[in-house]
Write a protein that binds this ligand. Sequence first.
Ligand code: TPP
Ligand code: MG
Length: 543
Amino acid sequence: MKVAEFLLQSLEANAVRHIFGNPGTTEIPLVRACDHRARLDYVVALSEVSAVPMADGYARVTRSLGVVNLHVAPGLGNGMGNLYTASIARTPLLVLVGGQDRRFVHTGPILHGPLEAMIRPIAKAVFTLARIEDVEFHVRRAIRTALTPPTGPVALICPPDLLEEDIDAQPVRVTIPSLGTLGTQDADAYAQFLRQAQRPALVAGEDVHWAGASAALTALAEALGAPVYCGPYTAVLPVASTSPSHAGYLPPSFVGISERLAGHDALLFVGFRNFRTTLYSAPSLPQRKAWIGHDPDPLAAEGEFELARIADLTQSLEAIGARLRIAGSSPAEGQIRTQPWKPEVCVPAPQSGVFHPSRAIQQLLVAFRGAIVVDEAGLSTSDVRQFVEADAGEYIINGSGGIGWGLAAAVGAAIGATTGRHDRQVIAIIGDGSSLYASEALWTAAHQGARILFVILSNRRYATLNEAAGRLTGKPIDLFSIEPPVIDFSGLAAMYSLRFERCASEAELEQFLYTTGGRVGDNTLLELCFDPSIQPVTAKRHF
Ligand SMILES: Cc1ncc(C[n+]2csc(CCOP(=O)(O)OP(=O)(O)O)c2C)c(N)n1
Ligand SMILES: [Mg+2]
């Protein structure tokens, strides 16, 4: 068979059902081999900027390997910002990069470039199919490396002439090296660390999701009576937002983090790497700290972890829980709670003539309760988190701070959420500024017949940047107003044949939500028009 065929069969053998990409001449052998395959679809994105988040959103929702195909040097360059985001989220992503025909690469053909050097700083590994002898092993190795904890994007550079060569090899399902288990002695040490604390807390990161350890983490938290805080900017919700243990997201500033965690005397970090903070402030985390996860480079921010083990998360959390039960521990005195761990926010009372963004977000999330939520809502993000009722793994954000990811990620998420298993509603809540970095993703949504509700929060501002400017300089900056002209999102919807609705009042939104009944039958773009002088109630939490 041809190498291209071998590559596709290898993907199929490893349960891949979709390749997202924006192809060019160098991808013709691959794309042609994708034609008429029963078990593998090539999903066309109209740019690499949207292809990457589609594969990322798909991988996150299905908790499986995402595959994206990028066109040589400029295509890889276009994909880089969102590849960075996938690397921060630790998304297992196979990045198939079109290489150059090896016969004339020395002549510097058009689109020629230093592919390996370009992607190496953010990829977990880079493999180049330079010779036919490399193919069998590099294909397997690239898939295996992306899926091996800690997971992440891995590049496979595919010269088109090599894809046309014949190969005699058998596509196989790869064996993912699993992490070791936590022995009894280590489990005892962690159990003792937690038992000695009066008010322990757990802090979770993305690897809880990738390890499928949400249930084990929730069970441990419940046994301890301890809260689970999500690390700031955690890309995938690690525990259900409805769980009594869910204490919400830590704010992205060390001042805020220190305040939120001040009442705890011991912190167990689970599947966590570092605190992703925005504006500078100094950490103050004098608590005792322990860590367990996948990453070889976890950062404590202050001091050292007393205990740190790279180990299988589900097994470890269960083993620690078992040791606590054997020791007959019950929740520490200081942890008995009657209040939820997640701080409540007060939604303002309805006021005639006022369309309040926080009330709108709440109404929306109540109506679409149980949907998979993609959030790139700018300054409204903390409002979304406040009201979202989502299972673990079903609320996703870019996680890197790199905006322009959400709209396209929702398309991949929707394709993932309707593949094989069940048919789920996906709702993307996106700031007007953030929605315009890769808006051509709407074409793929339409072309694929997805049924996504895209909600655009139109405040005609980069409000987040004004909030930051207010902190740093005491006043907003004119440049962050993205008007005039006012961006008319009906034009965007018309361009891609999406249903369009615009609401500028609470009554209009209520009417829309009443008629949709928590599910949209077609791709729908809902523009919510707000008065930019009204801030979301949680705006202050943003920095
Ligand atoms: C790739 C990338 N480019 C630029 C920025 C800087 N940035 C952060 S927030 C923001 C504006 C977001 O605006 P919008 O989506 O309208 O949300 P709002 O702040 O108005 O709530 C920008 C440009 C970024 N974080 N990532
Ligand atoms: Mg905005």
